[in-house]
Write a protein that binds this ligand. Structure first.
Ligand code: TXA
Ligand code: MG
Length: 327
């Protein structure tokens, strides 16, 4: 059910939930200070209760209302990247809802870079907790149509067009003494974070995690990050090279199974329906979930996905793909 900005604000103030656009993915929002509203998010998403939520605020000046300390490094990161796809995990004030924190001593905050989300937060005087507006473990939505397909027509949706970043925010935790750690890769790269953090603190950044390591070894444990997350319904297989993907397609078809492929770069796979994405991390991120949503809707037996190279610039895309399927 599409709602206007005014209706969305009223619904949220009334303790309801509304799916809202952000630059990364659509979020399922509720007033971050209202526990019964927050519990509705968990019920709708069928999400375990110990998973903390990201609080979306309208402006950096509001951070003080949520945290006990805002270290220099975190101030520098927020100043450099907000509004934008960066979430900062900081020590929480005691009043911050345990439902939002998932019982952690910290709270995750971000200022989204989307005009509709910012209008909602500032005009409404609201702070909203918003995980991605999809069922737990399923593909994240990047359009209002994805939200309706995943959560049903009864969910109020504030339409803001297609999300232009396309994958979830980079999550960085910063401790009271200014040490930082990457908890989830995103389109703001670890290198970009390190550059700003190092300038702010003259501190040594932690040893970089290579993209390959991100695929093979999990990042530091962040609550609520699952090995299999962001998955389409159709079983999805990942391939490092096109030849192996083509051979798998042939053997599946010989066995009477249908498949469809997502490719990156040039060329194609004969006799296999496919979507080819441009060889650019920004473009693949922007189109990743919508491509997987449309391939999933084809109802084939297997999705075959070509992996980008194991390079740092592809880290966030590799992370999401590694959680969506098997190699
Ligand atoms: O781009 C995004 O971040 C999107 C849009 C809607 O803003 N939101 C999003 O939310 O991805 P969600 O719920 O799918 O991811 C929240 C994740 C948690 O699963 C957890 O890994 C981390 O953020 N997180 C939240 N609060 C935390 C905390 N206090 N400590 C550590 N990690 C936390
Ligand atoms: Mg999610």
């Amino acid at each position: 059910m599409r709602v206007s900005l005014e209706q969305a604000i009223a619904e949220l103030k009334n303790g309801g939930v509304v799916a809202i656009p952000t630059e990364t993915v659509y979020g399922l929002a509720a007033d971050a200070t209202n526990d019964s509203a927050l519990r509705k998010i968990f019920a709708i998403k069928q999400r375990p209760a110990d998973h903390p939520l990201i609080v979306h605020i309208g402006d950096i000046s509001q951070v003080q209302e949520w945290v006990t300390t805002f270290p220099e490094v975190a101030i520098a990161l927020a100043t450099a990247f907000w509004p934008g796809p960066l979430t900062l995990v900081l020590p929480a004030q005691p009043h911050v809802s345990r439902v939002v924190r998932g019982d952690e001593p910290t709270v995750a905050l971000r200022v989204p870079n989307h005009p509709v989300a910012l209008a909602l937060l500032t005009k409404g005087g609201l702070s909203v907790a918003a995980p991605s507006a999809n069922l737990f473990t399923q593909l994240s939505p990047t359009t209002s149509a994805h939200v309706e397909a995943g959560l049903g027509e009864d969910i109020p949706v504030l339409d803001g067009g297609a999300c232009h970043v396309g994958i979830e925010s980079t999550i960085v935790s910063v401790s009271a003494d200014g040490q930082w750690q990457l908890l989830r890769p995103g389109m703001i790269s670890e290198q970009a974070i390190a550059a700003v953090a190092t300038r702010a603190a003259h501190q040594q950044a932690p040893t970089g995690v290579s993209a390959d390591a991100a695929v093979q070894q999990p990042l530091p444990k962040a609550p609520g990050q699952h090995a299999l997350h962001y998955s389409p319904r159709t079983p999805l297989l990942l391939f490092k090279d096109r030849t192996a993907l083509t051979q798998e397609c042939e053997s599946l078809q010989q066995a009477g199974l249908s498949c469809a492929a997502m490719l990156i770069g040039n060329g194609d796979v004969p006799n296999c329906p496919h979507v080819t994405l441009p060889d650019s991390p920004d473009k693949v991120a922007e189109l990743l979930y919508s491509t997987l949503h449309s391939l999933d809707a084809m109802k084939v037996d297997r999705l075959l996905v070509e992996l980008p190279p194991s390079l740092p610039i592809w880290m966030a895309v590799l992370d999401r793909l590694s959680r969506a399927g098997y190699r």
